[in-house]
Design a protein around this ligand. Structure first.
Ligand code: ATP
Ligand code: MG
Length: 278
């Protein structure tokens, strides 16, 4: 059975009085963000979502997480309609959103506290994750005392702490330098291979998408739908060397060829918006 199923998911937001948006040429006070997203995600799959900025990727993850409702259509998790948040799902947000008043250890313990896991057990799990992400010496530091890459590792550890069946990751590595990014991509794959969590991962990097994914879902410009799913037929386990293979280049071309037109379309909309603004 599919782990996650999205059926005809549409999402609109009502804007504030006086605000306007261009929905495919029609000016309106309601922004059409998603326009019928159909997507089936297999149990244990690593699915990567790519699409132009503003096409609705983060909104889609919020709907899968149960943080916001769809306007119409439904998302199912293990065949059950998603209505509100649930403990099967972990989420790494686009901004890492650590709690500034909690140190690294206690940030990681957060979800376990909410599940009433006893203190000793909580600390054991959090310390194991700190060690896995090379942060053992930093357990008592607050977010402002950590580098961006370290904060992001804490955010990922926090999402993994409750051992979620589904892990939603919204551009988790976007703000990192290229070396840290590659290291964390490798770490993430190793962890995923060990747990077989179902991952839905959003990125703007085609290279990252191809390196990580079982399948890449390419979204259209807003209002977003899934334009096409591409199977990434690269063997696992994967390491950095695979990036220089001709098969890797083939997959990159496939993704970019589908995405290119949508990025251009989204940018045309920006130009249109700037004409309005004049
Ligand atoms: N609460 C809201 N009210 C009104 N509009 C919203 C709201 N949340 C998102 N939007 C709009 O929905 C559209 C999609 O937003 P979303 O954050 O999902 O984009 P995205 O694909 O994640 O983009 P990026 O790649 O830049 O992160 C945008 O045009 C955004 O302005
Ligand atoms: Mg986003």
């Amino acid at each position: 059975m599919d782990k996650i199923k999205s059926e005809s998911v549409k999402k609109k937001f009502k804007l504030k009085d006086g605000q306007e948006v261009n929905n495919n040429g029609a000016v309106s006070n309601e922004i059409e963000v998603l326009n019928g997203v159909d997507l089936s995600i297999r149990n244990g799959e690593f699915l990567v979502v790519v699409g132009p900025s503003g096409c609705g990727k983060s909104v889609l993850l919020d709907i899968i997480a149960g943080l916001t409702n769809s306007t119409s259509g439904s998302v199912y998790l293990d065949g059950k309609k998603v209505e509100g948040t649930n403990i099967k799902t972990g989420y790494v947000f686009q901004q890492y959103a650590l709690f500034p008043w909690r140190n690294a250890l206690s940030n990681i313990e957060f979800g376990l506290e909410a599940q009433n896991v006893p203190r000793e057990e909580r600390t054991k799990i959090a310390k194991k994750l700190l060690s896995l992400f090379g942060l053992s010496d930093f357990w008592d530091r607050f977010p402002y005392q950590l580098s961006g890459g370290m904060q992001q590792r804490v955010a990922i550890a926090r999402a993994l702490a409750t051992n979620p069946e589904v892990l939603l990751m919204d551009e988790p590595f976007a703000a990192l330098d290229a070396q840290t990014r590659e290291i964390l991509q490798n770490e993430l794959l190793r962890i995923w291979e060990g747990t077989r969590t179902t991952v839905v991962f959003v990125t703007h990097s085609i290279d990252e998408a191809v390196f990580l994914a079982d399948r890449v879902a390419v979204m259209t410009a807003r209002p977003g739908i899934i334009k096409q799913l591409i199977e990434i037929d690269l063997p696992r386990p994967r390491d950095g060397n695979i990036r220089s293979s001709p098969e890797f280049a083939d997959n990159r071309h496939k993704v970019w060829n589908l995405l290119k037109g949508e990025v251009i379309k989204a940018q045309k909309d920006w130009e249109l918006a700037s004409v309005y603004a004049r």
